[in-house]
Design a protein around this ligand. Sequence first.
Ligand SMILES: NC(=O)c1ccc[n+]([C@@H]2O[C@H](COP(=O)([O-])OP(=O)(O)OC[C@H]3O[C@@H](n4cnc5c(N)ncnc54)[C@H](OP(=O)(O)O)[C@@H]3O)[C@@H](O)[C@H]2O)c1
Length: 256
Amino acid sequence: MRFGFIGTGTITQAVVSGMLRFGVPFERIALSPRNAQTAAELAARDGRISVCASNQAVLDSSDVVCLAVVPQIAADVLGDLTFDTRHHVISFMAGISLEQLRGLIRTDGAIARAVPLPAVAEGKGSTAICPADPIAKALFAPLGEAVEVDSEDKFDALSAVTATMASFYAVLEEQASWLVRQGLDYEDARAFLSGYCVGLAHDTTRTAQPFSAMVKHSMTPGGINEQVHNELSRRRAYALYGDALDGVLRRISGST
Ligand SMILES: NC(=O)c1ccc[n+]([C@@H]2O[C@H](COP(=O)([O-])OP(=O)(O)OC[C@H]3O[C@@H](n4cnc5c(N)ncnc54)[C@H](OP(=O)(O)O)[C@@H]3O)[C@@H](O)[C@H]2O)c1
C-alpha cells in the first residue's frame, strides 16, 4: 500500500516511526516537504520513504492519504489539492468533522478520522477511529490499541479523555511530593512511582475485566488500598473527573 502524509510534524513522525518499528506493511511512504528536517530524518531511515516536492505530489503517489496539518490551515492546504476517488483519506486533524472534511477534499472516496497519540511510536498508543475503517485499523492496531466507533459523538468522547494526561502526571507529582515530605529524595520517589505505575498500566493489558473488578481485587477488606479508595470516593475525587470531562466534551463538540 502506498501511504502519503500531508504535514510532517510531531504526529506524522510518531506514526511513521511506529510503522517502521512494528513492521506495518507498506509499499511506499510519501511525505510532504514541510517540516523539512523531520521529513528528511524519516526518509533517511528507510529507502521506501521519500520527501515529495509538493503536497500534490504526495497525493499523486499515494493511495492512503493521512492528513496531519494543524486544523487552522486545513482549508487553505486542502483547497489547493486535487483528490481522486482512489484516495483513502484518514484525517488526524482535531475538530474537523467528516462532513466538513468531505467538503474540503471534494471527492466521493473513503474517509475516516483517527486520533493517534505520540505513544504510537513506541507501540503503546491508543487510537480512536471513526467510522470503522479496515485500513486505519490495520495501520494502528500494531501500534497499540485501535478502537473503532460508529459515531462522531463517541469519537469526540474518546478525544475528550485524552485531556486527562496532565492530571495523570499531576497525581504522580502529588505522590512524589508527599514522599519527599517523608524524607525521600525526589529522584528515588520518581523512580519508584514510575516503575509502580508501569506495572499497574501493564496489568490493565493482561486482562479484559472491567476496571471496577480490578479496583475490587486490589483491595483487601480493611486494608490500606480500601482505606485510600474509600476516602477518595467519599470526598468525590473520582466523580470530579466526570464533571471535568463533561466540560471538555462541551468544548470539543462546540456547545460552549
Ligand atoms: N500531536 C498530537 O498529539 C496529536 C494527536 C492526534 C492528532 N493530532 C492532530 O494532528 C495534526 C498535526 O499535529 P502535530 O502535533 O503533528 O502538529 P505539528 O507538529 O505542528 O505538525 C504539523 C506540520 O504541518 C506542517 N505544515 C505547515 N504548513 C503546511 C503546508 N502548507 N503543507 C504541508 N505541511 C504543512 C508544519 O511544517 P513546518 O514545521 O515547516 O511549519 C508542521 O511540521 C493536527 O491537526 C492535530 O490536531 C495531533
